[in-house]
Design a binder for this molecule. Structure first.
Ligand SMILES: *Cc1c(COP(=O)(O)O)cnc(C)c1O
Length: 826
């Protein structure tokens, strides 16, 4: 069952008792929800419970704010278009230490905490890893007492809900706010105006100085909604401020007075569309106008908010970098760079050179990709129309930058053209990653290999010009959500062994190493894993109507569906096993019982990804009903992979599939969650897998596949996937089986789109890595047969991956980039 509170870790700074909690809960129900306990719906109960818990956080929140304001210390402002938060209630209960009190209070009223908690709809304000990273980071910032604010967008509709119709992905809107959110505080009084369109004008000011002003064509209101971000084991509660778009009164009125009521209402809709829905493309930007509007909208509101509300009145903005560092989470918020220039130069009359110096000291940029198609560009035409002044500023930044390049590399015009912020082909467009690199103090990649490839390849010209700008901060995940909350069984086992200090100091998991040698500990560890499988099996039966065995190896691949992540490789392994059984080459009884679990959303416009989903479901349907494979091999593909599902699935996993083509996955964070929960990884040397492999050691990791330099060699030599197909009997068997119509009721063309690409192009070298992958899976089979050795490896994975706490990532950001200090609330 869904459990919010089995965990016993807590800090009991709160004076709450069962009596006071109960009376607050009943008060909330009666006087805020307006219902009597006997008539309360499940949503009434959830709202009242959330508001009760919230009640215990607010004083600390307000104290944090006043402490930080009084101290005037440097703050971190994290700018991110996405926050994939996951359920809020369990996290708030953990942070406040109220879990047991809440459970007992509710029980006394005849209510069940887990049942009430299960009605929460998670705020899906992100696509995948990037948004989840932002959520982990704000958790760590609060836990580490760093003055920080997360800025983003309050999308009215989160990431779509995925269902399968005849095995194909269908998308439903996610109206996560339809019943309101008890966790947010709206401040329409604090709304900020954000302008768009219009034109620019030159003028001479009173002092005789030539200046520029932007005459906006229209504007919208950005209304802030504040969310508490409670630190764990501290009084500090930080703020996440998400912006919602609203039509301005003035704008409305103008049209209305002109006598066109319909146009006025239409204008309102246009304005409010800005924060209506999150774009569902993960790492392939679509260049849509509304998307650029969203980016500028939240960034302009956030800068204005920080400058006008957080900084003291009359603050000298040439010192803004002493009070804040704006971290750009990928290129989505990069328009903040010209926006700050506009504020400093146009609005504050600061000279360009000083403004540029200050701006570059204020921003830092995190790059999240290596795929060229994922690097955001905005057409000059669109950007100039939507934000005419910003385009001028970008041009001027570029002009000065290119002069610097030409000075550093005289005569190297090719280099200057390569490095220009403006690309000329296929259309004139602004390269946001270049603008970010030029306008920031530090540029970081998100894993060692990724940062190295940024320096050596993607941003090589920039690292040659400014070697010291580049640094690495390997990603992390919060141990609160992804261990303490999601895996209470393991969390308790760890705490019994080494005490509870690990929750805030994850490197202490090292102290578990000796326990890997202790047979009784291993047996308890296996019991926890078995219980987590039971919990997952129950959930999936309820949620998806899928029947699964609890006593199998759980082989799990969950992440966005993307060709570079290579879900196809995993699927080919399954098809290979089936094919070998059909051919009599493999006895089904020799296969270790396995449940291969997929979870993946595809961007709605990403045809190949959607075809692969259909293929996985088609294979699942046949394999799961094949009499010869009963009890041996089963595919589970629950729809709508999200944080809620991740929290139940990851603790149940034995084998973590991290099989992207080397050199394509920037870091991955799913890989870290699995290792920390005692799954062994089968993976390539890609992203943070490299660091996981180095930390856990070769005997406890199933490494396979081409390395990044080998990939480059294979591609340079002219990769021919057809040759791998022709030259490998089992690979040919698997592909032929799909092509035969065995998974499509005899329709031989059903998966033509996928197969012809694999055999013709195979951009991500699935076929080249196939044999190495199958061999590695054979090693998994052998290793799993020795459960004592397997558990030892699993425990060592937990013990050795404390490095991947997002607390460590944040400490790295503090040391290498931000230089902000903790401000604990007393
Ligand atoms: C951690 C997480 C991701 C990122 O997974 P990767 O394997 O790193 O791509 C995506 N979605 C959800 C819901 C997650 O929790």
């Amino acid at each position: 069952m869904h459990t919010v509170t089995e965990n016993t870790q807590r800090f009991s700074s709160s004076p709450a008792t069962v009596e006071s909690f109960t009376s607050e809960f009943v008060r909330q129900l009666r006087y805020e929800q307006g219902v009597d306990l006997g008539f309360a719906s499940s949503d009434d109960l959830y709202q009242a419970l959330a508001r009760t818990v919230r009640r215990y956080m607010i004083d600390n929140w307000l104290d944090t704010l006043s402490t930080q304001t009084a101290k005037g210390a440097k703050a971190v402002a994290y700018l991110s278009a996405e926050y994939l938060m996951g359920p809020q209630l369990p996290n708030a209960l953990l942070a406040t230490g109220l879990a047991e009190v809440a459970r007992d209070s509710l029980a006394a009223l005849g209510l069940d905490l887990d049942e009430i908690g299960a009605t929460e709809v998670e705020p899906g304000l992100g696509n995948g890893g990037l948004g989840r990273l932002a959520a982990c980071f704000i958790d760590s910032l609060a836990t580490m007492d760093i003055p920080a604010v997360g800025y983003g967008i309050r999308y009215e509709y989160g990431i779509f809900r995925q269902t399968f119709v005849d095995g194909r992905q269908a998308e439903q809107p996610d109206p996560w706010l339809s019943k309101g959110s008890p966790w947010e505080f709206a401040h329409p009084d604090m709304a900020v105006e954000v302008g768009f369109h219009g034109h620019t004008e030159r003028y001479t000011d009173a002092a005789g100085v030539e200046r520029t002003r932007w005459v906006r064509g229209d504007c919208v209101l950005a209304v802030p909604y504040n969310y508490m971000v409670p630190g764990y084991g501290t009084k500090n509660v930080n703020t996440l401020r998400l912006w919602s778009a609203k039509a301005t009164n003035a704008f409305d009125l103008q049209i209305f007075n002109a006598g066109d009521y319909e146009a006025a209402v239409r204008a309102q809709t246009v304005a409010e569309n800005i924060s209506k829905v999150i774009y569902p493309e993960d790492s392939t930007p679509q260049g849509k106008e509304l998307r650029l509007k969203q980016q500028y909208f939240f960034v302009a509101a956030s800068l204005a908010d920080f400058i006008n509300q957080t900084l003291p009145q009359g603050f000298d903005l040439t010192k803004i970098h002493e009070r804040v560092t704006f971290q750009l989470n990928d290129t989505h918020p990069v328009i903040a760079i010209p926006e700050l220039m506009r504020i400093l130069v146009d609005e504050r009359g600061i000279d360009w050179a000083t403004a540029w110096d200050v701006t570059r000291k204020t921003f830092n940029y995190t790059c999240h990709t290596l795929l060229p198609e994922a690097l955001e560009v905005w057409s000059v035409e669109l950007l100039g129309r939507l934000l005419p002044r910003h385009l001028e500023i970008i041009f001027q930044i570029n002009e000065e930058f290119l002069a610097e390049v030409r000075k550093a590399y005289p005569g190297d015009e090719l280099r200057a053209r390569r490095m220009s912020i403006i690309q000329e082909q296929p259309e004139r467009a602004v390269r946001m990653a270049f603008l970010a690199s030029i306008g920031s103090s530090k540029i970081n990649g998100v894993a060692e290999l990724h940062s190295q490839l940024l320096r050596d390849k993607v941003l090589n010209d920039f690292s040659e010009l400014w070697p010291s700008k580049f640094t690495n901060v390997t990603n992390g995940v919060t141990p609160r959500r992804f261990l303490a909350l999601s895996n209470p069984g393991l969390a308790n086992l760890i705490t019994e062994a080494i005490g509870e200090g690990w929750v805030k100091d994850l490197e202490r998991l090292r102290e578990l190493e000796p326990f890997a040698e202790d047979a009784s500990f291993r047996s308890e560890f296996r019991a926890v894993k078995a219980a987590n499988k039971e919990r997952f099996v129950e959930l999936i039966a309820q949620r998806d109507g899928i029947e699964l065995p609890a006593d199998a190896m759980y082989d799990v691949m969950v992440k966005r569906l993307h060709e570079y992540k290579r879900q196809m490789l995993k699927l080919l392994h399954v098809v290979t096993l089936y094919d070998r059984v059909l051919r009599g080459e493999l006895r089904a009884s020799d296969i270790t019982p396995r449940v291969v679990t997929f979870g993946a959303k595809a961007a709605p416009g990403y045809k190949m990804a959607k075809e692969i989903i259909a293929l996985i479901n088609a294979v699942a349907k046949v394999v799961n009903h094949a009499p010869e494979l009963q009890g041996r091999l089963q595919i589970a593909f629950p729809a709508n992979y999200n944080v809620t599902l991740a929290e139940k699935l990851i603790p149940a996993a034995d084998l973590s599939e991290q099989i992207s083509l080397a050199g394509k996955e920037a870091s991955g964070t799913g890989n870290m969650k699995f290792a920390l929960n005692g799954a062994l990884t089968i993976g390539t040397l890609d992203g943070a897998n490299v660091e996981i492999y180095d930390l856990v050691g070769d005997e406890h990791f199933f490494l396979f596949g081409l390395t990044e330099p080998q990939v480059a060699d294979v591609v340079d030599a002219g990769y021919k996937p057809g040759a791998y197909y022709e030259g490998n009997r089992s690979l040919k068997g698997a592909i032929d089986l799909i092509a035969s119509g065995a998974f499509s009721n005899g329709d031989r063309n059903a998966f033509e789109f996928v197969l012809s690409d694999l055999l013709g192009k195979d951009r991500f070298l699935v076929l080249a890595d196939y044999q190495a992958y199958v061999d590695a899976q054979d090693k998994v089979e052998v290793a799993y047969a020795d459960q004592e050795a397997w558990s030892r490896s699993a425990i060592l994975n937990v013990a050795r991956t404390g490095f991947f706490s997002s607390d460590r990532s944040i400490q790295d950001y503090l040391d290498r980039i931000w230089h902000a200090k903790p401000q604990p609330v007393r």
